[in-house]
Design a protein around this ligand. Structure first.
Ligand code: OGA
Ligand code: MN
Length: 335
């Protein structure tokens, strides 16, 4: 029986109705979901109440799970699951990342040389208002560019800097380990990619992370990026998701950006996220290179060696786990 689906609004997002993601899905269902995901880079599943293991196991059907450099945001119980929350533990330490502030248009993991572009986010606790998440379709955005802009961005690389992204974070989210620093030199990614399945072109962008365009002076590069962000985030390309507890959203960061609206710091919000390394024969997966300028004084060869080591062990064990923290007892962050 084919999947029961419902396009959301007039958008590129699609709801999949009636699956119980806590149960192991047949290969046939996964195959249908993979095909649907190519057409709809945002898939919504409602009324799911997934344990961390169920979330991780379902996500892993689409590609190997990544342990991100933010081991400080990893769930102690299942480190491939990242906690996105403003809650703090009994010692006042955040249990996860991204606090309560606005998060501008971005693409997860874009600062990595070979980003894990698949992502799934589940709503466990939600504030009474705010904290809404929107996605933008960068395939449609590419089609909507002027012929001039399409020519300008063709074969161009943007410079992605994790240091820039960190500067936009609140509080302790800005602090990363020496190991995380070593793994995040600035990288170059093509601004335009061609989808391996249907051959359509798409932009690859991240306004929180790009600092310029390779081969252009700073002012011209920034001006081009601004023009692109303005053109790419027009309302007709956006799907805005009103979260309900139990919602699970699966999206492709190779074809979209997303943003989050801020919410009351006194309210509680707990989301759980996985990121997956997707196969290149079915998804746009940027294959980056080191940028010539990077926020580190390490010699290029050292960075190259550490990046190569990481490529060979995409699932290397993360450093020591954080002390056990229970999201159920955690309190909203106070700032
Ligand atoms: C993320 C993210 C937005 C949100 O987890 O990558 O951007 O709504 N989350 O929490
Ligand atoms: Mn994100």
């Amino acid at each position: 029986m084919p999947l029961k689906t419902r396009v959301l609004g007039d958008s590129f997002a699609c709801e999949v109705v009636g699956l119980h993601l806590w149960e192991t899905q047949d290969d046939r269902i996964i195959k249908e979901l993979r095909a649907l995901w190519v057409l709809h880079p945002v898939l919504v599943f409602r009324r799911q109440a997934l344990s961390e293991n169920e979330l991780a196991d379902f996500s892993a059907r689409f590609g190997p799970l990544e342990r991100t450099v933010r081991s400080d945001w990893a769930s102690p119980a299942r480190p491939e699951v990242t906690l996105i929350s403003n809650l703090k533990d009994a010692q006042g330490r955040p249990i996860g990342g991204l606090g309560d502030g606005e998060i501008q248009w971005h693409s997860d993991q874009s600062y990595m040389m070979q980003p894990a572009t698949g992502a799934m986010l589940c709503a466990v606790e939600l504030p009474p208002e705010g904290g809404t998440t929107s996605w933008v379709d960068l395939g449609a955005a590419y089609d909507g560019l002027s012929a001039r802009l399409q020519r300008v961005v063709e074969d161009r690389y943007a410079i992605f800097s994790y240091a820039k992204r960190l500067a936009g974070y609140q509080g302790v989210d800005r602090v990363i380990s020496a190991d995380a620093q070593r793994k995040t030199p600035s990288v170059l990614h093509l601004l335009v990619h061609t989808h391996p399945v249907h051959g359509k072109k798409s932009l690859y962008l991240d306004s929180t992370t790009t600092i310029g365009v390779d081969g252009m002076d700073q002012d011209s590069g920034k001006a081009l990026l601004e023009e692109l962000y303005e053109a790419a985030t027009r309302p007709q390309f956006v799907y805005r998701h009103d979260w309900q507890i139990g919602d699970a959203v699966l999206w492709d960061n190779g074809l979209t950006m997303h943003r989050r609206e801020p919410f009351d710091p006194e309210a509680r919000r707990l989301m759980k996220r996985t990121t997956m390394l997707l196969p290149r024969d079915r998804h746009i997966v940027p294959d980056g290179r080191l940028a010539a300028a990077y926020p580190s004084d390490q010699p290029r060869s050292t960075i190259r060696a550490s990046v190569n080591a990481m490529r060979q062990q995409p699932q290397a064990a993360s450093p020591a786990l954080a002390p056990v923290r229970s999201p159920l007892t955690a309190k909203p962050a106070r700032r």
